[in-house]
Write a protein that binds this ligand. Sequence first.
Ligand code: PMP
Length: 419
Amino acid sequence: SAGLRPSVFDELESEVRSYCRRWPTTFATASGSWLTDETGHEYLDFFAGAGSLNYGHNNPVLKSALVDYVARDGITHSLDTYTVAKREFLETLHRVVLAPRNLDYKVQFPGPTGTNAVEAALKLARKCTGRETIISFTNAFHGMTLGALAVTGNSMKRAGAGVPLVHTTPMPFDHYLGGTVDDFHWLEHALENSGSGLEKPAAVIVETVQGEGGVNVARPQWLRALAQLCRDRDILLIVDDVQMGCGRTGPFFSFEDAGIEPDIVTLSKSISGYGLPMALTLLKPHLDIWEPGEHNGTFRGNNLAFVTARAALEHYWNDDGLEGATRRRGEMMSAAFTDLTATLPTVSSRGRGMIQGLVFADAAQAARVSAHAFEHGLLVETSGPRDEVVKLLPPLTATDDEIAYGIRILADAATAATN
Ligand code: PMP
C-alpha cells in the first residue's frame, strides 16, 4: 500500500535518517503502548521513543494537563524567565523526587536535548576542577555534539566528523565482554601511575546501563567502587541518566540501587514524559559556579514540557507503584528471555528492569529479528558495538498482557532468525 512505500521521504529527507529503515511505514497516531500507521496497522511499541515515552504515547493524565494548560493560554516558551509552570515543576521535582531521596542538587536547564545536558556537565566539570580530560567507557553513548561525541565510544559516529576520543580514555565497561576484563583495576592503576600517560581527569562519565552500547549492565558494587575511587581522588562523577533515568531500571534514578550520589546527573528523554524536548543537568550545590549566561540556549524554557513533566512526577512518583511494576515486569521479561535463550544456543540476554537486551551472534541475525517483529506488529531496535543486540524498552506503563504479547512475537522472531 502507499503507506508502506514512503518514497517522498527517500526523495526529500537526508540519508542520515535511521530508524525508518527498520520500519518502512508511515505512522499516524499513537496511544499507550501502540502506534498506528496511516493504513490502520497497529504496532506494539517496545522502543518508546528510544526511552523518551516511559509513560506511553499520549498518556491521558499528561495529555489532560497539557490540553488544560494550552486552553488557558499558558506560556509555551520562555527562555529562562521565571514562569509559573517552571516554578511548579521545580517545586514538584524537589518535593516528589529529590527531598524523599535526601538528594541535594541544583537544577540547570541546559537546553532541550540529552546532548545539551551532557555538554553542560562536561563543561562544568572542567570549569570546577580546572582539569581537561574526562574518562568515559568503551561503548558509551553520550550525544552527538562535538563535546558529547568526544566521550562517545561509537567510532562510526565520530569518524566522519573527525572527532577523536580526545577527552577520554576508552576502557571496557563492567559486564561487557562477559565481565572478564578487570577495567576497574586498570583505571586505579592508571590514575596512580604517573607514567601511565593518563592525565588526572576532571570527571568520569558513566551510564549505569549502556543503552545504545548494547545493554551493558554495571553491577551496583562496581558503581560503588567507581564512586569511591572518584571521591578519594577528587574526580567528579557524572551519571548520564538520559536513557536509564525516570524509572527505566525501576527507581527514578538508575543509580539509586547502588546507593551512590553522583556529583552531576543528566536527565532528558522521559523527563517531560510526553515526548516533549526537555533536559536537566543536576549539580551538587557547591559546583554551581557558572557565571550568569555562561551556558545558555534559546529552548531551555519549554513550558509545555514543564507542565507534562510535573504531571508525570505527581502521578507516577508520589508512591512506589511504578517502580514496583517496572521491577516486576522487568523480571517477567528477563525470566522469559532466560527460558528462550536456553533453547537458542547462539542467543543470550541481559538487562535490568525494563531495559532488556537479546544478544545475537551478529548484526544480520538481530536485523532479521527486528524485521520479523515489524512484520508481526512489534517495534524493536538494535544496538551494541556490532548492532547485534535487540534492545527492548517498552513503556513502563505497558500492561502484563502487552509485555507477554511482545515476548511471544520476539520468541518467534528469534527462533526464525537463528534457524
Ligand atoms: N546520553 C545517553 C545515555 C543517551 O542514551 C542519549 C540518547 N540516546 C543521549 C545522551 C543524547 O540525548 P539526545 O539524543 O536527546 O541528545
